[in-house]
Design a binder for this molecule. Structure first.
Ligand SMILES: Cc1cc2nc3c(=O)[nH]c(=O)nc-3n(C[C@H](O)[C@H](O)[C@H](O)COP(=O)(O)OP(=O)(O)OC[C@H]3O[C@@H](n4cnc5c(N)ncnc54)[C@H](O)[C@@H]3O)c2cc1C
Length: 524
């Protein structure tokens, strides 16, 4: 028997690694989390990007964090606090539509543009909600492998079929969303561009094709699967990682930062620990990787330890990042020329989408299809300092943008040459909708997909660690038959966003993975 230092090592202190570690520690296990960067969080961090200005570098909207994890790990006791962001606004050049959690308010807003659309909205939402409800249940499932013919595999499939025996209609709707374009999906209900574009913006998160492409309707469902509502985290998204870490440490979890794992050690088909870049070996019977599958398998776990057919799937797993993140320090909040507090009933659009029409969104992808970037990027300007002034010096603000479309690599040029031109395009769109914006910028920091990959080892800079397409979901995420958080190596598990149910700061992957690790505990 090996001389084990830890019961389990977690490679990566992203929010999923910390979640998994916190659950295992609560179960009395001796856990070590190893994080390459000087601080934990991965894509859930708050950093100072300009003197005195702090922002959520990557993820910024809290909607997905699972309430079960918040309760189980007592995150509020450990400093986590959510700030409601109220309404989401879509300014155009001469108007602005607001969607609110209050159905009456949303009805009135949509009716300003189309009575028919306003009347259809609750019907559309009811249909969508039934699919979303199913997705919320599926989220917490460990995906079954329908092709596992072993007695235990057949039992799991039968159990799944029994549990969902009354969900036929919901599965039908889910399959529709997985196969339809976002444009077709919303056009069955709505006639006005602004309402369609408002909903279709969510379809820009998760894949790398425009919302006219089949399968993109699912991203709307996936976005709404988050049940925490549209909120910010007080202190930025880093506060979630800090609370997860504190929750785990209160139960003995150990965390080492600036500890990059070079290799997951394998002997005789099972893990025996890890080797750090510094050359230090640390032993454990179980290793759980929070790092994307594409980096974990064939890189951190050396290729010779892995079956060829498994590696064919991992090599084919698509991780093309297509979005950028821009953080701006500004001396005043953007003033949208189409926004009117009286018409909208909102004091300020602290979270907005710049995408006036479906065509605007789709066109942003056209250039990217051929290795270029959008001349008119779609944008999601948010002003977290409107809700949490502590993030910037007095009287100053931050505006963060997630936008697209920016492929990982360019054809016939390099990002070094084109970064400033992308910024120019972005500021020019903003100035059209919020005149004077570019003059208000004091400082900025831009992250392209390659920058994200270089910073946190997120393959391709893909926010989900892998695109959310049907062939990369459920029991096929990240490879057919390995959707259950296990791997071809005994004792090696996965807990990051490249597992079911995909990316977002939901903590669900970490939660589900911990459950599976504990199921195997005695056997290992
Ligand atoms: C620009 C951007 C915007 C986003 N916006 C949102 C949003 O608004 N809302 C939302 O819910 N989600 C959003 N997401 C998605 C979400 O942030 C991610 O899907 C999620 O944070 C992934 O979490 P994770 O813990 O699985 O992995 P990660 O956060 O990627 O963590 C992996 C960790 O492993 C570490 N690591 C890597 N290699 C090694 C190694 N060899 N040794 C040790 N450590 C290693 C990394 O440094 C990192 O800390 C966004 C993502 C991005 C990039």
């Amino acid at each position: 028997m090996m001389d084990e230092e830890y019961d389990a090592i977690i490679v990566g202190g992203g929010h999923n690694g910390l979640t998994c570690g916190a659950y295992l520690s609560r179960a009395g296990k001796k856990v070590l989390v190893l994080e390459a960067k000087p601080y934990v969080g991965g894509a859930s961090v708050t950093e100072e990007f300009a003197p005195g200005f702090r922002a959520s570098t990557y993820s910024f909207v809290l909607g997905h964090l699972h309430p079960k994890v918040i309760d189980d790990l007592e995150l509020e006791k450990f400093g986590f606090e959510a700030v409601p962001m109220g309404e989401t606004c879509n300014p155009t050049e001469n108007d602005c539509i607001v969607f609110s959690s209050d159905p009456k308010k949303t009805y009135e807003q949509i009716a300003r543009f189309s009575k028919k659309d306003a009347e259809n909205y609750p019907k559309f939402f009811a249909r969508l909600q039934s699919t979303v409800k199913l997705m919320r249940e599926l989220q917490l499932e460990t995906p079954i492998n329908p092709f596992d013919k072993s007695p235990s595999g057949l039992m799991k499939t039968a159990g799944f079929a029994w549990r969902y025996r009354n969900s036929g209609k919901e599965f039908y709707n889910l399959i529709q969303s997985l196969s339809m374009s976002a444009n077709d999906y919303v056009s069955r209900w709505f006639e006005t561009d602004i309402v369609k574009a408002k909903l279709m913006f969510w379809a820009t998160i998760g894949g790398n094709v425009g919302p006219y492409a089949p399968g993109t309707a699912f991203y709307i469902v996936s976005h709404l699967t988050g049940q925490f509502g549209m909120r910010f985290a007080k202190g930025g998204m880093g506060s979630i990682a800090d609370a997860l870490r504190a929750s785990g440490e209160a139960h003995g979890m150990q965390v080492r930062c600036s500890a990059s794992v070079d290799e997951i050690l394998v002997e005789g088909g099972r893990t025996r620990g890890v080797r750090l870049k510094s050359g230090e070996d640390i032993k454990a019977r179980r290793v759980i990787s929070n790092v994307g599958a594409k980096v974990t398998f064939g890189n951190i776990v050396r290729r010779q330890h892995l079956p060829q057919d498994f590696m064919e799937h991992i090599d084919g797993f698509r991780t093309r990042g297509m979005g950028f993140k821009l953080l701006c320090a500004v001396d005043k909040k953007p003033t949208y020329k189409g926004f009117d507090p009286e018409k909208t009933g909102v004091d300020y659009p602290g979270y907005a989408h710049i995408c006036p029409t479906p065509e605007f969104l789709e066109r942003a992808y056209d250039e990217a299809k051929f290795g270029w970037y959008s001349s008119e990027p779609f944008l999601s300007p948010s002003v977290p300092t409107h809700f949490d002034p502590s993030l910037a010096p007095d009287g100053k603000h931050i505006v963060t943008f997630q936008g697209g479309v920016t492929p990982y690599e360019l054809t016939n040029s390099t990002w070094d040459r084109e970064r400033d031109n992308l910024l120019r395009n972005t500021f020019s769109v903003m100035d059209r909708f919020a005149p004077g914006f570019s003059d208000s910028v004091i400082d900025y920091k831009l992250y392209l997909p390659k920058d994200i990959e270089d910073d946190i080892n997120m393959p391709g800079g893909n926010t989900q660690h892998g695109e959310l397409t049907l062939d990369q979901l459920f029991y096929m995420r990240p490879a057919p038959g390995y959707g259950d958080y296990r791997s071809p190596i005994d004792g090696l598990y996965q807990c990051g966003a490249s597992t079911h149910p995909g990316g977002a700061v939901s903590a669900v992957n970490g939660h589900n993975a911990a459950r599976e690790v504990l199921k195997d505990w005695k056997r290992l």
